[in-house]
Design a protein. Structure first.
Lengths: 161, 293
């Protein structure tokens, strides 16, 4: 089957590559571009571990054909921090122990980033709603929600340590 | 493992119809693909040509007019419907339905047209659109036709779309005066598909007591979204009462045609139909009473 040209901007970096049209976005990100921060969890669209931002909106990269993202801007977990400087959300995740095995973390960070950009001061219910699709197999939801809440309550400033 | 296919991208509805017409023998249309890719990954669907309409922006719109009602283009995402102030104002039941449909990720990429064309009897929009007396506009090369949504669903995962046809638009007429709607699905995990879902639209007479019209539509309790007409007939022309709702629930559970699966037995689904009928008709009734005042 003939490969087709995919032009895609990932974390502000432009890529042009030839792919089979059946390749999923998660496969291109991980296998072609080496961005393994995005995790492939269930691979059936149920767990949202593979969540990335596509033109600013969260999607499950296991449920989008990469070729359909032609011309789009993607942001993965690797694109959150600028250099060594973590985002307030990432620092809050560290401080609140919002990880256990870490497998859901990149998806959680992306979903929470999208939530906070739409609604910088979410209520508890809005946080739960915003992260509802993202499953944590360690069931560490409380610490994740606390971490997002702390950012919403302005306990973490942009750029401070 | 997804089987190889030839990928063709359409940028306009006309281009899409040309491509569909040209590859009639073995094609599938993809938009958000939130249902289709699951089937393709399981090898249940393996088209030779995959025709992508995700970028057909002329079908991405939500238009409302008081006289005409609501028109939603086929490539409009669930999230666009959910966050539309127009929809919230005129058809709040749709916002409520969308907020409980799958994950935000799915709603961001999945579309109204794709959802309907997938023909899953457990889909959320189908029953609600039917309760709202909705119709669809279907295009093929050089032609369009409209069809009530009630007649669009044919069987499990089967719609009235013929080869060469593309769903273009959903149309919902204005909601009649003194009419209220309610929709709910029963599930164990929030936002999962419902074991059974039910949409009810209740219209009251001027007096605010007698039921002028009732449309009650089941999801996941038959091969297609299904109107439970005998239960509707029980209510129309009568003063609504708790005992009448009791009888309507009983009738609905007899009329339903559910299957047993890993989620629920047939008996359990009939029980859910009965209780959801009572609950949703009551909810719509209570709200319609406030509108009739």
């Amino acid at each position: 089957m003939e490969k087709q040209l995919l032009r895609i901007t990932v974390n502000n970096e432009h890529h042009e590559l030839y792919i089979k049209p059946k390749k999923l976005l998660v496969e291109v990100l991980r296998d072609e571009l080496g961005l393994t921060g995005t995790k492939r969890g269930c691979n059936t669209g149920a767990c949202c571990a593979c969540t990335v931002l596509l033109n600013g909106k969260t999607v499950k990269s296991c449920s989008v054909l990469a070729i359909q993202a032609d011309g789009c801007e993607i942001r993965t977990v690797e694109g959150l921090a600028s250099g060594a400087e973590l985002t307030p959300l990432q620092r809050s995740f560290l401080d609140h122990g919002a990880y256990q095995c870490g497998f859901c973390t990149s998806g959680m960070l992306i979903s929470a980033t999208a939530l906070l950009s739409e609604n910088p001061t979410p209520t508890l219910d809005q946080i739960k709603e915003g992260l509802h699709g993202n499953l944590c197999r360690c069931t560490g939801y409380n610490s994740i929600i606390r971490a997002v809440r702390a950012v919403g309550e302005d306990k973490y400033e942009e750029g401070s340590k | 493992m997804i089987r190889d296919f030839i990928y063709l991208k359409a940028n306009t509805a006309g281009e899409a119809l040309d491509l569909i017409d040209k590859h009639k023998e073995d094609y599938k249309v993809i938009c958000g693909g939130q249902s289709l890719l699951i089937l393709m990954r399981q090898g249940l669907v393996a088209p030779e040509y995959l025709i992508d309409i995700k970028n057909v922006n002329e079908l991405n719109y939500i238009r409302f007019d008081k006289k005409d009602g609501l028109r939603i283009g086929a490539t409009t995402t669930h999230r666009a419907v959910e966050s539309s102030p127009l929809v919230l104002e005129a058809y709040p039941v749709l916002v409520n339905m969308e907020e409980n449909l799958a994950s935000i990720q799915t709603r961001n990429w999945g579309t109204i047209g794709g959802n309907l064309c997938h023909g899953d009897p457990a889909g959320d929009p189908g029953p609600v659109f039917i309760a709202l007396n909705g119709s669809v506009k279907i295009g093929s090369k050089g032609k369009t036709r409209t069809l009530f949504l009630e007649d669009f669903f044919v069987d499990y995962f089967e719609t009235a779309l013929e080869e060469g046809e593309l769903l273009l638009e959903v149309h919902l007429p204005p909601i009649p005066p003194r009419t209220a709607l309610a929709y709910e699905k029963f599930n164990i995990i929030k936002n999962d598909q419902g074991f059974v879902s039910l949409a009810a639209a209740i219209t009251l007479e001027n007096d605010g007591l007698v039921c002028k019209d009732a449309r009650i539509v089941l999801g996941a309790a038959a091969p297609t979204p299904m109107r439970i007409r005998e239960a509707e007939r029980l209510l129309i022309g009568k003063k609504l009462s708790k005992s009448l709702l009791e009888k309507a629930g009983e009738k609905a559970s007899e009329e339903a045609d559910p299957v047993a699966d890993v989620h629920a037995s047939e008996e359990y689904r009939r029980h859910l139909v009965r209780s959801l009928t009572k609950k949703m008709v009551n909810k719509a009734w209570e709200e319609a009473k406030t509108l009739a005042k």
